[in-house]
Design a protein around this ligand. Structure first.
Ligand code: NAD
Length: 293
């Protein structure tokens, strides 16, 4: 297999001759630009996913939010539409269950065809859809365990699979970011979430396997592993136990839990050409939790 060519759609600092440009020495803005690119975000109907959609727009990319919710969160999606309009960019929403392979493949093919027709080809995905559940391991019903794995592992697998297929077929050297969690590396104090933790460790290993297989096409695959983020998912956990907040804060080196905005720059970094030598890696962004004993 021939080695992948250097990504070419980047602008140059004036001092560098065009023949010598690489993603690594492109202008600062180009390193973090998603201009002329379309990114799909699963779980893009609310929470972290819809916030990352705004990050893609801010980096100059078009974005497609995909979620099992019939409609995205009204307020956040209206803000996305306003940003897109003001910037001459595109945002759209697709209702789709990522575990329904037949429907998901069809939706991804449509998205790629539409993206190609707008001059901003499909360039990458953020696999952000996920579910959580807190049950002691000795009581965990197998059906619930399997349901968590189906969405978090199989759904992430399908997202990456169809994103890579489109890129391979169209010759695009893009980037796939899979949202894992610090829970893929540690067992959280106060949480009995064995299925979720298992699923996130699986996502981190899946990343290395995909990176190994798709590096030959110039496709990069990395995981972004957040610590605690104040979203509906975390609020649901906090509501189950009044002691959890103090337990979480005990490991918060920066004296706060994360906000969805904290993950915008890390996600854009992993998608954009500036991280062109990074694949098969995990970027942990956890406010110091995993460094705290
Ligand atoms: N909130 C946290 O503290 C935290 C920490 C680490 C990692 N994460 C991860 O971040 C990601 C986003 O979580 P969040 O906190 O925004 O939670 P959230 O519940 O607000 O958002 C998750 C989204 O995924 C969607 N989804 C669920 N199943 C789906 C399916 N089968 N098909 C399509 N969409 C589906 C949901 O409808 C929802 O919109 C998840 O992967 C989660 O595991 C969250």
């Amino acid at each position: 297999m021939a080695p992948a060519a250097i990504v070419s759609d980047i602008s140059l600092p004036a001092s560098i001759p065009e023949s010598k440009v690489t993603p690594a020495n492109a202008s600062h803005a180009a390193k973090f630009s998603l201009s002329n690119k379309t990114i799909v975000i699963t779980g893009g109907g609310r929470g972290l996913g819809i916030t990352l959609a705004s990050a893609v727009l801010e980096a100059g990319g078009n974005v497609v939010c995909l979620d099992v919710l019939p409609e995205p969160s009204k307020k956040e999606y209206a803000a996305l539409q306003q940003t897109a309009t003001e910037s001459g960019l595109l945002v759209s929403y697709r209702n789709c269950d990522i575990t329904d392979e037949i429907r998901f493949e069809e939706v991804m093919k449509n998205i790629a065809a539409e993206a190609a027709s707008t001059g901003a080809p499909f360039y990458g995905a953020i696999a952000c859809a996920g579910i959580q559940q807190k049950i002691p391991a000795v009581d965990y019903p197998a059906a619930d365990f399997e349901r968590i794995l189906k969405v978090n592992v199989t759904g992430t697998f399908l997202t990456a699979k169809y994103a890579a297929k489109i890129m391979i077929e169209s010759g695009v050297q893009g980037s796939i970011v899979m949202i894992a969690s610090m829970s893929g590396q540690i067992a959280n104090r106060g949480l009995t979430c064995s299925a979720y933790n298992t699923s996130k460790a699986a996502v981190q290993q899946m990343c290395r396997s995909f990176a190994q297989e798709w590096g030959q096409y110039g496709i990069r695959v990395n995981t972004l592993s957040p610590g605690y983020i104040r979203t509906a998912m975390l609020d649901g956990l906090l509501a189950t136990d009044s002691t959890l907040s103090d337990i979480f804060m005990a490991g918060a080196m920066l004296n706060r839990l994360g906000a969805p905005d904290d993950f915008k720059a890390p996600a854009v970094f992993l998608l954009a050409p500036g991280s062109s030598f990074m694949t098969g890696a995990d970027l942990r962004v956890d406010g110091g939790h995993c460094a705290s004993a």
